[in-house]
Write a protein that binds this ligand. Structure first.
Ligand code: MEV
Length: 437
């Protein structure tokens, strides 16, 4: 198979599958059936999924679960979570219950500005570019009037335009920095349309500018695109309680709080720990972002860049003990939407919004931040007490049993047996072997 295929997207779904089976899956007689097994019986629902991307052959299922008992700003939520990792929903539910009994989560949106840039090359006099930019600014704003109309009517739109000189870092590099309020939309399409339109006007006007003509150097647009780095679109979530209230039958409150704060300090200082620590936070965040049809890659990219904003990569969560009070909080950027994109297309996404009682974007930012904080609390609590493997392997037991094609009866027996015994791949294998012999 060394020849490229041409016109692939024009083939029918059946032709694409046939092509794939012939060229890449010759050794698997079941390949076509596997793809078909995941088709939806409802043809119109299948068509909806087919149309999300190009060359759809089948659907890829992930579990859609629920973590109840999240008390956020005194309102009780059940969080829809889409994730494949066995222990995540269980951990979120545990943390939610734990904090429900201690007053719940508080969350607030700090800011909501999004941004994008028109990246420029300019090798002339900086002053000329600055003067031209100030002159042209009203025209740039005017040029996006029709794109902005609906957004503006709802109270959003373009906020500010400024020229940024980066030529000291990269010769000839400047950009126009644009900030936006996109309300309940994530805003990627809106921002990109505005930027592309302004870039076009900018370049045209520059060509007609007498100053640039006289100097015979013109600014050139390299590209126009939103930024997924949104440190001005911030949310904060927090839990706090008296240290005594952290005492459980398993640990003393003071010792636990001190060890917990130490674990956060380690994640703030050491990148090797911080990345795993933040990965645990993203377990919760991505799961709700996915369930609500938002762009988890954008969220991931922006969040990790924020974790490195002080020129080293550190923890997104913070913890302190002040007097007799333990406080644990997260602050992170989240550009998400509750309208547009997949949010109103995917039936399960629509259902997720109903479960969340139809939040607006600000409310959803708070819910997602809480999911991250809860997930991190559950992970760090396990790490500084029992270790994570106990809970992890308990949840993973079913995966191992399924891999070994265990029957329902075998699964039930395993659940009883492994309450008292350590779970590992080999111990489950040995248990099944014994049971089957
Ligand atoms: C596993 O998915 C996530 C953890 O490793 C997070 C952490 O170490 O904090 C448990």
């Amino acid at each position: 198979m060394n020849q490229p295929v041409s016109g692939f997207s024009k083939k029918t779904k059946a032709e694409k599958i046939e092509w794939l089976a012939e060229n890449y899956l010759q050794n698997n007689p079941n390949s076509i059936q596997i793809l078909k097994d995941y088709w939806n019986e409802d043809a119109s629902l299948q068509q909806l999924h087919d149309d999300f991307i190009e060359n759809t052959l089948s659907n890829y299922y992930l579990p859609f679960g629920i973590a109840p008992n999240f008390l956020i700003n005194k309102k009780l939520y059940a969080l829809p979570m889409v994730i494949e990792e066995s222990s995540v929903v269980a951990a979120a539910s545990n943390a939610a219950k734990f904090w429900f009994e201690r007053g719940g989560f508080k969350a607030e949106v700090i800011s909501t500005d999004k941004n994008g840039q028109i990246h420029l090359n300019f090798y002339g006099k900086e002053k000329s570019l600055e003067t031209f930019f100030e002159e042209i600014k009203p025209k740039l704003r005017e040029s996006i009037q029709s794109i902005e109309k609906n957004m503006k009517a709802r109270g959003g739109g373009l906020l500010e335009l400024s020229l940024v000189d980066k030529s000291h870092i990269l010769e000839g590099y400047f950009y126009i920095h644009a900030t936006f309020e996109t309300l309940d939309a994530m805003g990627a399409n809106f921002i990109n349309s505005c930027l592309e339109k302004m870039a076009q006007v900018f370049e045209n006007e520059a060509r007609n500018s007498e100053v640039f003509q006289k100097e015979n150097t013109f600014p050139e647009v390299v590209m126009s695109i939103l930024s997924n780095y949104v440190p001005e679109c911030l949310v904060r979530a927090e839990v706090s309680c008296k240290i005594d209230e952290l005492t459980t039958k398993h640990h003393d409150g003071k010792q636990f709080a001190e060890k917990f704060v130490r674990a956060i300090e380690i994640a703030k200082t050491e990148t090797r720990r911080a990345v795993t620590h933040n990965k645990g936070i993203m377990n919760g965040i991505d799961a709700v972002v996915l369930a609500t049809g938002n762009d988890f890659r954008a969220v991931e990219a922006g969040v990790h860049a924020y974790a490195a904003k002080n020129n080293y990569y550190g923890s997104l969560t913070h913890a302190k003990i002040e007097g007799d009070t333990f406080t644990f909080w997260i602050e992170l950027p989240l550009a998400i939407g509750t309208i547009g994109g997949l949010t109103s297309l995917h039936p399960l996404t629509k259902l997720a919004f109903e479960i969340l009682q139809k939040p607006n974007a600000k409310e959803l930012m708070k819910i997602i931040a809480v999911a991250g904080l809860a997930q991190n609390f559950a992970a760090v609590r396990s790490l500084v007490t029992t270790g994570i493997q106990k809970g992890h392997m308990k949840m993973h037991l079913m995966n191992i049993m399924n891999q070994m094609q265990a029957t329902k009866d075998e699964k039930n027996k395993a659940l009883v047996y492994f309450k008292e015994n350590a779970i590992s791949h080999s111990s489950v294998e040995a248990f099944l072997k014994e049971l089957r012999s």
